[in-house]
Design a protein around this ligand. Structure first.
Ligand code: ADP
Ligand code: MG
Length: 281
């Protein structure tokens, strides 16, 4: 059979299958890009659980006009330049896949202005085609609008849950980032309702309060690697096991087992603690 190099529109769709599972994965990628851009403040606006619209606005470094189109090419990243960079990654992203992937399964608009630029510029991408950058009023930073997620991927769209459930996954995700990045002020809005509005003052204990409320924050026990719940504060699954390695959220079977074991003799059967563990390696 003839061997064929996939063109970028097909390649992006395949990688979207891995990167973009649901609205919460879009929010994760966009928020991580904002954090990587050094944002001090990130606003996330969600409509219908992200099924109709997600807009993320930050006050980070911005994207220069000439880079706006490049950012949507597969493997386009400003975070890695040479082989050695792979061994000292300081950012959450580095593979250059999120923007082209998300854009391939939605209608996306980006407005951005770097600090030293006079004007902002905006581009829109639809059906794999991008408009040329046009001047747009903007403050320093970046706004990414993701409209009609999975409009061209009906199988994916069908698999999404109710707006309420999708919103729940987004707010769980945000709560986690609020605690992990207390120096960033996050605001999460569900339509007209504000779900989170963290101060970004940099105090992790305070961030825990802002994300999880007074009741949980007061019971959690701080220690040098994070926070642990007393055995009396527990859940029926491990969804509140939060592990971060060098600031990056990770899933780790090994770490989960360590927590299970440490709590084993204190915990009722099939109950699990709330744990935040921040490891620097
Ligand atoms: P990655 O994060 O792996 O580099 P992405 O596809 O997520 O890849 O983003 C591509 C590039 O677009 C980034 O490397 C960055 O230069 C730029 N970019 C994306 N989002 C933002 C943002 N919110 N602020 C500034 N630059 C951004
Ligand atoms: Mg990224």
């Amino acid at each position: 059979m003839k061997i064929n190099v996939l063109d970028s529109s097909i390649y992006n769709l395949i990688s979207a299958g891995e990167v973009v599972e649901r609205p919460a994965s879009v929010v994760k990628e966009l928020v991580e890009n904002s954090i990587d851009a050094g944002a001090k403040s990130v606003k996330i606006e969600v409509f219908s659980g992200g099924k109709s619209k997600i807009r993320v606005t930050d006050d980070g470094a911005g994207i220069a006009k000439d880079d706006l189109l490049t950012a949507f090419l597969p493997h386009a990243t400003s975070k890695i330049h040479k082989k050695d960079d792979l061994f000292s990654i300081q950012t959450l992203g580095f593979r250059g896949e999120a923007l082209p992937s998300i854009a391939s399964v939605s209608q996306m608009t980006i407005i951005s202005k770097p600090k030293d630029a006079i004007n902002g510029y905006s581009i829109s991408i639809k059906d794999g085609k991008s408009t040329i950058p046009t001047e747009a009023a903007a403050k320093t930073g970046t706004t990414v609008l993701v409209d009609r997620l999975f409009y061209n991927a009906p199988a994916r769209k069908k698999f999404l849950k109710s707006p309420r459930t999708e919103m729940g996954l987004i707010s769980d995700l945000l709560a986690k980032y609020i605690v992990a990045y207390p120096q960033v002020a996050f605001r999460l809005e569900n339509g007209k309702h504000t779900i989170f509005n963290s101060s970004g003052r940099g105090n992790r204990q305070n961030a825990l309060f802002e994300a999880y409320g007074k009741n949980i924050a007061e019971q959690m026990i701080p220690f040098d690697l994070g926070f642990l719940s007393p055995p009396s504060l527990n859940r029926n699954n491990r969804a509140q096991y939060h592990f971060f390695i060098n600031g990056r959220p990770v899933h780790s079977r090994e770490l989960s087992l360590v927590v299970d074991e440490a709590y084993f003799s204190f915990m009722p059967a099939h109950r699990y603690p709330i744990v935040f563990l921040f490891l620097d390696l």
